[in-house]
Design a binder for this molecule. Structure first.
Ligand code: GTP
Ligand code: SPV
Ligand code: MN
Length: 598
């Protein structure tokens, strides 16, 4: 079948031969990632209506795609970890017996490429050849997937050359089938380094290098091999002396990673010479370096970012990044000038616009309470854009050695309880702080929005094994990192009694990062509280902000009663995670409760 295959790797050829026989395409195409090949695929997608070429003067090489209306977000309820036993997947994951899962999925996939083309995408997560990086191959029948993967990962035959005859690569089979919700499955088989995704065409469900590989499979690999795969942005802060310190931050989906990763420092900081550099906006792979520090790479090559709310004030860098070579998914299509629009881009809601469902949009019907049905852009509409087009991309982005991490920051979307920022007492307590994270749900996953749920390390939908074992892995890693990063928790989303955010957020989050780095360098004191070290209000720089020290005081307050309520909720969550929750975490929980009750 593969007389002219670009590899002789027997495991690659055997797997592909087997899967191609199963899905039975009319044609097979190897993706080499060349501009010529990709341009031809763009043209083909436009000829069939799968994509629309946008205004090439205003948005060069940009395209619009609409997914099926029933297929607009990750589907956690239909995502499965197919490990040998249910216990290994643990109670926070859906589990299916691997043999049963393969049988069911093969049945759905059988002949599903008939009349279609099979695209073979060899890709690398991380710079090709870096000791951090891992190879993958995705077999798909979707040009949209090919074009997104070319942006989001490093695609090309050099990946195969680098792989040689090794079996250390991740198998990914994607079949669009009928986009039937009832038969939609996103299945990970950690013991086989395999992912099978059927009946979806949406982002995180089908760009298999992203959440499926770089988090669910990679978290398993990291546990075995002694490293970490995390749902974290990576940014560098350059001080006026030109020194750059790196921070990783884990926030749940649609809770501000892309925004923080590309932040523009407030004028007060910019004037002094502070700069922020983006290394990654969603995923970090972390390893212990020879110097005993924790080092991180961003395994991705682009950004699959939330469009709504992105504008030239909230995130000018993201907006600039999307001005060329970008695929927009499920945003509004402005017919007058063949551009795109989304809620929060500007105040000029277009009259002549097609909404994300492909219908004529009536802007006068917009209803904040029913965004899905009345918006031009779906609340989880996205842009797929090249990292290298980001004005603040770090010069270390491609560095195979990664960057050394000074601080890890956890954060959630909490209207109450969690203060603006606090620091943990150390790695062990910091791991505990990560394990008790909670956040209000967002449109990034199908289901109710705005419900508080526990989301440890922002990884609840992405840990590819038992959550209790994952907590243990965090604790174990602490013993392997002599110069471990300090661990913090932030919350940009506290609200007042009218439900308005109190903290200005976005670029002004720099003020909090400033305190965090000062803590890392022992340059500022803090108040020891029951939950950790909290800043003195005077130490949060509010120069140029229209906000009082009293308000900062308020944002930093720790209300013992609501924390004790949270403790009860944490106990219930730990009980749900079950008996694999490390005893150390229970000790930390007990200690927290005691400190709060004092
Ligand atoms: P995923 O790509 O789903 O993992 O999301 P993300 O974590 O990268 O979230 P993103 O930065 O795209 O932000 C999602 C939403 O949060 C957007 O609507 C932003 O406008 C909003 N947001 C981000 N940062 C802040 C902030 O500091 N304050 C407030 N109030 N909202 C913010
Ligand atoms: C997220 O939901 O955390 C995302 C988007 O980054 S997706 O790729 O769909 O997972
Ligand atoms: Mn994400």
């Amino acid at each position: 079948m593969f007389a002219n295959a670009p590899t002789k790797n027997p495991t690659v050829l055997a797997w592909l031969e087997d899967k191609i026989k199963l899905v039975n395409p009319d044609k097979v195409v190897w993706i080499d990632g060349s501009e010529e090949q990709i341009e031809a695929l763009r043209a083909e997608a436009c000829s069939t209506g799968e994509m629309t070429k946008l205004n090439q003067e205003l948005l060069p090489d940009c395209y619009l795609h609409r997914t099926a209306v029933n297929d607009v977000a990750r589907v956690e309820g239909r995502t499965f970890i197919c490990s040998a036993t249910k216990e290994e997947a643990g109670p926070t994951n859906n589990w299916m017996d691997p043999n049963e899962a393969y049988e069911m999925l093969y049945d759905i996939a059988k002949d599903s490429y008939k009349g279609r083309t099979a695209y073979i995408i060899p890709y690398s997560m991380g710079p090709v050849g870096s000791p951090f990086s891992k190879a993958g191959i995705e077999l798909t029948d979707s040009i949209y997937v090919v074009l997104n993967m070319v942006i989001m990962t490093r695609v090309g035959f050099n990946v195969l050359d680098n792989l040689g005859d090794s079996d250390d690569w991740v198998r990914g089979l994607h079949c669009r089938c009928q986009i039937d919700e009832e038969k939609r499955y996103i299945c990970q088989f950690p013991q086989d380094n395999t992912i099978i995704s059927v009946n979806s065409g949406y982002g995180g469900n089908v760009l298999l290098g992203k959440k499926c590989f770089a988090l669910r499979i990679a978290s398993n690999q990291g546990r075995k091999e002694g490293w970490m795969a995390e749902h974290m942005l990576i940014l560098g802060i350059e001080n006026p002396q030109g020194e750059v310190k790196y921070i990783c931050a884990a926030f749940p989906s649609a809770c501000g990673k892309t925004n923080l990763a590309m932040l523009i420092p407030p004028e007060e900081y910019a004037k002094k010479g502070y700069k922020v550099w983006c290394v990654g906006d969603d995923i970090a792979w972390l390893r212990v370096g020879k110097d005993g520090r924790l080092w991180a790479i961003n395994p991705e090559n682009g950004f699959f970012g939330v469009a709504p709310g992105t504008n030239d004030k909230s995130n000018p860098n993201a907006l600039a990044t999307t001005m060329r070579d970008t695929i927009f998914t499920n945003v509004g299509h402005v017919l007058d000038d063949n551009t795109v629009w989304w809620e929060g881009l500007n105040d000029n809601a277009p009259d002549n616009c097609i909404n994300w469902k492909g219908e004529k949009w009536d802007k006068t019907k917009y209803d904040k309470k029913d965004k899905v049905n009345t918006s031009a852009a779906h609340p989880n509409s996205r842009f797929t854009a090249l990292a290298k087009n980001c004005p603040c991309i770090s010069k270390e982005f491609d560095n195979p050695a990664g960057v050394p991490i000074s601080a890890i920051v956890f954060g959630g979307r909490r209207a109450k309880t969690a203060p603006l920022v606090y620091q943990s007492f150390g790695w062990q307590h910091g791991s505990f702080v990560g394990s008790i994270m909670a956040s209000e749900t967002t449109a990034a996953a199908a289901g109710a929005v705005g419900v508080v749920r526990r989301d440890p390390m922002a990884m609840r939908p992405f840990v590819g094994y038992n959550m209790g074992d994952y907590f243990q892995h965090w604790l174990d890693m602490g013993h392997k990192i002599p110069n471990a990063p300090k661990i913090f928790h932030v919350n940009w989303f506290r609200t007042d009694d009218e439900g308005h955010f109190i903290w200005p957020g976005f670029g002004d989050n720099m003020r909090v990062l400033d305190w965090i780095l000062q803590r890392c360098e022992d340059k500022v004191d803090a108040r020891e509280t029951a939950i950790g070290y909290v800043p003195y209000a005077k130490d949060i720089n509010i120069d140029g902000l229209d906000i009082s020290v009293d308000t900062i005081e308020d944002l930093l307050s720790v209300d013992k009663a609501s924390w004790l309520e949270d403790v009860e909720n944490i106990k219930a969550f730990y009980a749900q995670v079950g008996d694999r929750v490390p005893a150390t975490m229970y000790e930390e929980l007990k200690a927290l409760e005691e400190r709060l009750s004092k």
